[in-house]
Design a protein around this ligand. Structure first.
Ligand code: XMP
Length: 527
């Protein structure tokens, strides 16, 4: 396996992801892991990620120097490149301008670097740095340069140490995957044999080891993430799994019925439908602040799950384990619970809210290192039906974070009805594209689409009457992993149909707006 040592930022997971894309298993470890502990992981290759710090900053993260003496091939990117240089006696300094974004490198290895292999002598790369290596350590040679950066990459093939100032892991470095492949296959001699079946086996084994012969509660929302966890847990522990569906009354139109139908009729699992609608309505009354809504909803989820855990207690002990479908982007955006605490909080995803007093579970989160499209591939490999695997994402706090301002029954009713129309029309649009292109995620298909209800009213005219009613905002984005997204370039006729239908069919709405902001700078949801 490949171990990625993470220096913070959001690149570590992305590197692990790219390695997995090449069919090689990879995992992440903190950058300061002692060399002995790292050796125990039996890595076939080590990759040092980029990071936000400067190697000369006070408390700059660094590695145990013995990591470079393990005899395992090492590849460093950006900050990792500078760490290798400094650790082995080279020098890093400030460049005059820094480089951010596209840059052109020129190879100066005479075509002999195994890392660059047969890639072109001039190539575009993605850079993001102010510091640069200005003197390579003894025994190293420079393999590429840019006009600004004297050491865009360096290597010491005798010791199998390679590094680049640029980021091969990002899509904006067109030959990045080639370089990574050269490292894994030609330098480390690995084989691309990490398959979905292998992942499933590993995950199932890990769950079995973690829970022994205990029972497990699963927080099931009906979305792809929790459904995949359900399928994995069902494989791992069979009837010792209880799936708990907490209905907080903030679900989309017809959703509770659909989820119950799927999990009681098509899956043979123990399914508990908790009707918590009124408790949630009471807790949310008058609450306006988005993070406050998220906190209340997330905390109450724990209370609801814990109540079930006590109901099905054995020998007076509530169920100890709870499985949930946390995926990697949830963790990153909630402030990096497991990535060393170096990213900032963007929003608190509900399944990362702390336990309230008196509640505790040992968590099982088999998907916490995966991106959405990997989870979907896993779902397909586990035999889940397409309509679950390709369901669009839906946030745990549900429609509460799509109603700006306080949540009331009237607003919920408006939002559910408008949202149902949007889903109907855009489901049809996606289905048509799928038919035409044969690709589910074709260039223009929408990845996520929904209605948002803002807290304003505007004047309109219907028939001969003045109206003073609410607008609905249509949000529709293209994305593959929710980390970044672009607004969908929907054809005008689709927009026109959605708008016409919402105003005609949803009482209380007299205007429809389309959100044309990408992520970043916006987020996909409005709260
Ligand atoms: P944002 O709005 O952060 O959303 O760009 C990224 C993706 O995550 C979904 N989302 C959530 N999912 N719990 C979840 O399970 C949450 O609290 C949550 N908040 C946002 C959102 O729908 C989008 O797909």
């Amino acid at each position: 396996k490949v171990v990625v040592l993470d220096f913070g930022a959001q690149y570590g997971q992305l590197i692990a992801r790219r390695v997995r894309d090449l069919g090689v298993f990879s995992t992440i470890a903190p950058c300061d892991i002692p060399a002995e502990e790292l050796a125990d992981m039996k890595p076939s290759a080590i990759i040092l990620s980029g990071g936000p710090a400067s190697v000369y900053a006070e408390d700059a993260p660094t590695i145990d120097p013995a990591v470079l003496e393990l005899g395992v091939p090492v590849l460093g990117f950006c900050y990792g490149h500078q760490v290798i240089a400094v650790t082995l006696g080279g020098r890093v300094g400030h460049t005059e301008k820094g480089e951010y974004g596209h840059a052109d490198i020129t190879r100066c290895d005479g075509g002999t670097s195994k890392l660059f292999g047969s890639t072109p002598s001039q190539q575009q790369v993605w850079m993001s740095h102010r510091d640069a290596v200005i003197q390579v350590p003894e025994g190293f040679r420079v393999t590429s340069q840019t006009a600004i950066c004297p050491v865009a990459s360096m290597e010491c093939p005798d010791r199998n140490l390679y590094s680049t100032q640029f980021h091969p892991e990002v899509r904006h470095t067109p030959y990045g995957q080639d370089l990574l492949g050269n490292f894994l296959f030609n330098i480390c001699g690995l084989q691309p044999n990490w398959t979905m079946e292998g992942i499933i086996e590993d995950s199932v084994r890990a769950i079995q080891e973690q829970v022994g012969d205990s029972r497990v509660i699963l927080g099931l929302s009906g979305g792809v993430d929790s459904s995949v966890v359900a399928a994995l847990c069902a494989r791992a522990i069979g009837s010792r799994l209880t799936c708990v569906f907490v209905n907080h009354g903030l679900l989309r139109k017809n959703e509770p019925e659909e989820v119950e139908e799927v999990f009681t009729k098509q899956f043979d699992v123990d399914f508990v439908h908790v009707h918590a609608e009124e408790r949630y309505a009471g807790l949310l009354a008058g609450v306006v602040d988005p993070e406050e809504k998220r906190r209340i909803i997330g905390t109450q989820f724990w209370n609801e799950f814990f109540a079930v855990a006590q109901d099905i207690a054995e020998d007076g002990r509530p169920v100890q384990f709870m499985a949930q479908g946390t995926i990697y982007p949830d963790i990153i955006e909630s402030g990096a619970r497991k990535t060393g605490g170096k990213a900032s909080t963007i929003k608190s995803h509900h399944n990362l809210i702390p336990f309230p007093e008196g509640v505790h579970f040992d968590l099982i989160e088999p998907l916490d290192h995966f991106f959405k499209d990997e989870v979907r591939a896993l779902g397909t490999a586990l035999g889940l039906p397409d309509y679950i695997v390709h369901r669009q994402p839906f946030p745990g706090p549900g429609l509460a974070i799509r109603i700006i301002g306080d949540v009331t029954p009237e607003k919920l009713e408006i939002l559910k009805n408008a949202d149902a129309i949007i889903r109907e029309e855009l489901d049809a649009y996606n289905a048509k594209l799928f038919e035409e292109t044969g690709e589910r995620n074709s260039e223009h298909s929408c990845w996520q689409y929904f209605a948002v209800l803002p807290d304003i009213k505007s004047v309109g005219v219907m028939g001969d009457e003045r109206t003073y009613q609410r607008p609905i905002i249509l949000r529709a984005v293209e994305s593959s992993d929710a980390m970044t997204a672009d607004w969908a370039k929907l054809p005008y006729e689709v927009l026109a149909r959605v708008s016409g239908r919402i105003v005609a069919e949803v009482p209380g709405v007299n205007r429809v707006l389309y959100d044309i902001t990408s992520k970043p700078p916006a987020t996909i949801e409005w709260e």
